[in-house]
Design a protein around this ligand. Structure first.
Ligand code: NDP
Length: 243
């Protein structure tokens, strides 16, 4: 059991890194509220973790909808009485060359990966300010540090998350801001969307190299468990063999 039990919100917890993070933090004794659109998966996860002794609630969440995010945060305040950590993890990656002009995919990446993170900040910041502290962990990517063909828009959203996080960090004296940037990680990220040829190529590369989602959850848990005056600003976690 962890020394300091925190109230943690995890978005995109119905699969991949979000699910692994909920598992890791619940096992450490933190109270966890998990959100995503696939509520059946969330309910099963929450039940499994509660059966193992954790304090875990779930709630439907669409990060593109500010009202949905505000209701998600409000339910954490009701269930737990406060919000200590938000893990802004939900994301999508429908890759394609810019010349494909898949404008709907571009907009979806902006809506989920960037606007969703902003909605999360808007939903929790007032409660964190009022209680005099908190932590916002934004999941970026190695693609938030470098740009590759077919990932221009995805990278743009992740670079934006890095810029936003740095600005928020500079403006905050009591809120810890952390960016975690994964490399290839086993998840469902490459399962749908984008240019089908690009998707199969990236999926094949990911399957060869990827590290388990639990490796990213471990980095997130490390940042959460630091004392209030220690802000881990940035962690890049990728497979050793990733170029
Ligand atoms: P997954 O596809 O496994 O998980 C993505 C999660 O986001 C799902 O739980 C999905 O839930 C949720 N999500 C998508 N859209 C919404 C929405 N509108 N509202 C709420 N939740 C939503 O992929 P990962 O676990 O890999 O992705 C997690 C994060 O990690 C993303 O930000 C991604 O960009 C980042 N990342 C991943 C890497 C990797 O190699 N896997 C590498 C670098 C970064 P649901 O569909 O149920 O709503």
């Amino acid at each position: 059991m962890t020394a300091s039990r925190k109230n943690v919100l995890v978005t995109g917890a119905s699969s991949g890194i979000g699910e692994a993070t909920a598992r890791r933090l619940a096992a450490a004794g933190h109270r966890v509220l998990v959100g995503a659109r696939r509520t059946g998966r969330l309910a099963a996860l929450a039940k499994e973790l509660r059966d193992a002794g954790g304090t875990v609630h779930h709630r439907e969440l669409d990060v593109c909808d500010l009202g949905s995010f505000r209701a998600f945060a409000a339910s954490a305040l009701t269930e737990f009485g406060g919000i200590d950590v938000l893990v802004n993890n939900a994301g999508v990656m429908p890759l394609s060359p810019v010349a494909d002009l898949r404008v709907d995919d571009w907009n979806r990446m902006i809506d989920v990966n960037l606007r969703g993170v902003l909605h999360g900040i808007a939903a929790v910041l007032p409660a964190m300010r009022e209680q005099g502290g908190g932590q916002i962990i934004n999941i970026s990517s190695v693609s938030g540090h470098r740009v590759d063909p077919t990932a221009a828009v995805y990278s743009a959203t992740k670079f934006a998350v890095a810029a936003l996080s740095e600005g928020l960090r500079q403006e905050s004296r009591d809120i810890r801001v952390t960016v975690v940037s994964p490399g290839f990680t086993h998840s469902e990220l490459t399962h749908q969307g984008g240019n089908p040829d690009v998707r199969s190529a990236v999926r094949a590369a990911a399957e060869q190299l990827a590290i388990p989602a639990s490796a990213i959850a471990e980095a997130i848990a490390f940042a959460v468990d630091q004392p209030a005056d220690v802000d881990v600003n940035e962690l890049v976690v990728r497979p050793t063999a990733q170029g």
